[in-house]
Design a protein around this ligand. Structure first.
Ligand code: ATP
Ligand code: MG
Length: 476
């Protein structure tokens, strides 16, 4: 196994660091690489493409000097207000900042900033494992500066704040979400004191912008086992402030000896299941939200037991409101999630009865391009702990899936365009756009989906003539 020193030496071979060293020494300022790059190097993880550089002095001046020395034309972007600069070099983004000291006020996560020492700068970092710095100056190249025992925390797998966690989290509540996200990404444990402090400061999350919250949620959802992050969000009382719709799914009610499952824990299992089969974060959102309509629709019926009537429809509407509240884009991604939520029970409902060709054709038609993802979601939705039921549900699911493949191969419903177009109907019967055109078109579509006629032009044409005749219409 390589030692830390060897990992560091290897990582610092990256050409960019030699230029930064030259520039820093020429200006006579100390320069360090800090944060995620150092952490991930020591963890032997992929280091990503953004590298953070701290100068004890002006970050912008250092960046300008580096840009001068780099071969070729390199784009440098300067953000004067923030005192930062960014250079793109060989697929890497180098972010430069001057070492700073920060002080916060209660109503904002934007601190008052003054110049500081490297130590001041490490103090303002969120976690000990993110405060590790490597010196880039020639006389001390590769030296590791670890004032808070971050190396030990890396070894032990612990997320801990450099300062009193109440101060760190209250100053910038985004760090609470970052703690949970890093814990989930790295498989680390949040130190108990930190954990308690997050729970105590959970209200502070309300000052965060929705965009930053969603960014972290997306990162949690992108983890191999997102449930771990959501359980932590729940235990620290953050989840109820961010996604109360999920909290409403908690609990098991019992009436007359009949119980329903806890749909909160079920949902988290579905998210983990889907994550084993797809990296698509929007499909993971769909899994997370697929049952949210169950809370407002839950009823106990003496004859049939617990029901969640129309929960898919209600859930799809809630998706829109939730996206809007979290300022997530109300675009085709939202519609994708909505549609999957709306259709989430369809394949299983089909499986409960005899799987007819026409039901499968309708499923394929309605799902369109989302069919594969919908089937993945349905499979992930099977979480019963009863082995017999588990086997039966999976078998039913496979029957539907095979039938889908068979029907699609034969009938080509997936990107189905009615074989006779509206324009053609108008031309044949000399009609202007009107209700009758739509009626004939719909009838053709229905006849094909029902299996009354094949999905072919001649059959559709003949059917159209008959249908039109019954409406008193004849070819012009
Ligand atoms: P990754 O890029 O993988 O998400 P990272 O640690 O590089 O991880 P960035 O968001 O790129 O995270 O931030 C770079 C560094 O800046 C962090 O390692 C940390 O030292 C510091 N940092 C970022 N956000 C905060 C914050 N909200 N509070 C304090 N320090 C922060
Ligand atoms: Mg980073």
């Amino acid at each position: 196994m390589k030692t830390n020193k060897q990992h560091i030496e290897k990582a610092l071979e990256l050409p960019a660091f030699a230029y930064i060293q030259k520039a820093a020494d020429a200006l006579g300022v100390e320069a360090y690489v800090i944060g995620g790059f150092v952490r991930d190097t020591l963890l032997e993880r992929e280091t990503g493409t953004d590298i953070d550089i701290v100068a004890v002095g002006s970050g912008i001046a250092l960046a300008k000097k580096v840009a001068e020395l780099l071969p070729g034309k390199n784009q440098i972007q300067v953000f004067k207000t923030y005192g930062t600069a960014m250079i793109k070099f060989e697929d890497i983004q180098l972010e430069f900042v001057g070492a700073r000291k920060e002080s916060y006020s209660a109503d904002s996560r934007n601190p008052v900033v003054e110049n500081g020492t490297l130590e001041d700068d490490q103090n303002r970092r969120d976690f000990t494992i993110n405060a590790l710095a490597l010196c880039l100056n020639a006389d001390n190249f590769g030296a590791l500066l670890d004032p808070f025992n971050g190396i030990q925390d890396l070894k032990d797998g612990i997320i801990r704040t450099p300062l009193d966690p109440d101060v760190t989290y209250s100053d910038d509540p985004l760090r609470m979400l970052r703690a949970i996200r890093f814990s989930n990404q790295l498989g680390f444990t949040i130190a108990q004191k930190s954990f308690d402090s997050i729970a105590n400061n959970s209200k502070r999350i309300d000052i965060l912008s929705k965009e930053r919250i969603v960014e972290e949620l997306n990162k949690i959802l992108a983890c191999p086992k997102p449930s771990k992050g959501f359980l932590l969000l729940d235990q620290t009382k953050l989840l109820k402030r961010i996604l109360p719709e999920l909290i409403a799914l908690k609990g098991i009610d019992e009436v007359e000896g009949q119980r329903h499952k806890d749909n909160f824990y079920h949902t988290l299992e579905v998210v983990d299941n889907i994550s084993e089969n797809s990296e698509n974060v929007w499909l993971r959102w769909a899994a997370l939200l697929h049952d949210i309509g169950k809370a407002p629709t839950k009823k106990f019926d003496k004859k049939v037991g617990w029901t969640f009537h129309a929960h898919e429809f209600v859930g799809a509407k809630m998706v829109f409101k939730l996206f809007k509240r979290l300022r997530m884009p109300l675009n085709e991604k939202m519609k994708y999630v909505q549609k999957l939520v709306y259709m989430s029970s369809r394949p299983i409902v089909i499986a409960q009865e005899e799987v007819t060709d026409s039901a499968v054709r309708r499923l394929i038609f309605d799902a369109g391009d989302l069919l594969d993802d919908l089937l993945l979601l349905c499979k992930a939705d099977i979480t019963t702990k009863n082995p017999k039921r588990f086997a039966r549900y999976h078998k039913n699911f496979e029957v539907v899936k095979e039938k889908v493949i068979e029907v699609e191969a034969r009938d080509h419903i997936r990107n189905f365009q009615p074989p006779v177009s509206g324009e053609e109907i108008m031309r044949i019967f000399a009609l202007k756009p009107c209700r009758q055109v739509g009626e004939i078109k719909d009838a053709i579509k229905e006849a094909i989906l029902e299996g009354d006629i094949p999905n072919e032009y001649d059959a559709a044409h003949a059917f159209m003539l008959t249908k039109a005749k019954s409406m008193g219409l004849f070819p012009a």
